[in-house]
Write a protein that binds this ligand. Sequence first.
Ligand SMILES: [Zn+2]
Length: 460
Amino acid sequence: MNYKIENAYLLLDTEDGFQVEKKDLYIEDGKIVRIGNANAAKANAAKANAAKADALNANAAKENAEAREQPQAMDAGDYQVINAAHQLVMPGLINMHTHAYMTVMRNYADDVDFDEWLFRRVMPVEDQLPSEAAYWSSLLGCMEMIQTGSTSFVDMHMFQGQSPKAAQQAGMRGFIGRGLVGEDLYGDGYSRFQEALEEKAAYESDLLKFILSPHAIYSCSEKLLAQVAEEAQKQKMLKQIHLSESEAEVQNAIDKYGKTPVKYLSDLGFLDQDTILAHCVKMRDDDMDILLRHQANIVTNPASNAKLGNGFALINEMAAKGLNICIGTDGTASNNTLNMFREMGLLSLIHKGIAQDSTAAPAQFVLHAATANAAKALSMEGKLGVIAEQAYADLIFIDLHATSLYPNNNIISSLCYSANGSEVDSVMINGKFVMRNRKLLTIDAERVYYEVDKIVKKCL
Ligand SMILES: [Zn+2]
């Protein structure tokens, strides 16, 4: 289906940062093919309508609803016309670090110490989850991500095939990796590595890509990490790892190897521009310079790092150095939501507070981190996280008449500081609607709740 989106405000990434402009958007075969000037007569009519609506705020919601209900006409050029009056169309958010299979554990282990959280709550559940449970749990995660404006997610999981199967059902863009651990990739780590490659062979598509995903430096040997780095080159795959998440991890590395986790990974040849590093909370010595030299990508997870008592990454300093910063939610056991709007707001407020500087982590920076920076880390620059010709049509439609965003004094600010995700009206991924007017089109929510309830009863 080809679409022409009319009457919308577009969030465009310009040399001067994000700007909001009223233009028409043409979509063909899953890609944005043209960003046209709104036709003058139509633009004037829209302006008049908008003025009328603004003058009569009480009627605005009703008018908005009517606009949605207008029958969709086919344009001369075989485009289905979407009237997006009172909506902002922006690139879908990219959740750069999560474990979707853990969604079933939302609010299951809170306000407990880390050992209790991991060893006595999370791991025992993981150990007894049947594989199919990971599918429903991941699908629940996809459902929340779509409803809160994420169109892509980067996942690390433990259940072969279940995360890609869920992403495929949801119609989401996934960058997915089976978690790897062990001493030797071709020895004790081999079965997981095989699962990762089999998953890639079975599911790789336009929408689904696969990432080699060693878990962390404390669960993978030096040898295995070096082998993963080699395989990533050979297989032309990105790689991701949890890094420098806690003080204990950094101190253990220093005690054991005489260097920080960052230096350790650098020395064994793991770091490059195709590496995605989750957390990076505890930076020491010249860690940031090393990361910059390798052009490695940082994913900050502010809620997870705060919840687990690990502190906050040095985002202001990293950004000032020129490191590529992206944002992830982490899994719901450590967040407890996959909502990137909440994560964006938190990120900005936390770092303003820490720096005691109200100009720190501004909305423009945070929005870039959740869109274009993420695309860069995924080697999808210009194709994802941006409204541009030839970019994938991964778009979210934000209701500008939502109370939480009204009045629209500064739309860019509102996305960072006011939005809570409920303003996402519609979501398009690869040119296909997966949610329209808040109605999910690819996921049967009631079925997901039913299956998830069964898992909770059995496994939690
Ligand atoms: Zn994680």
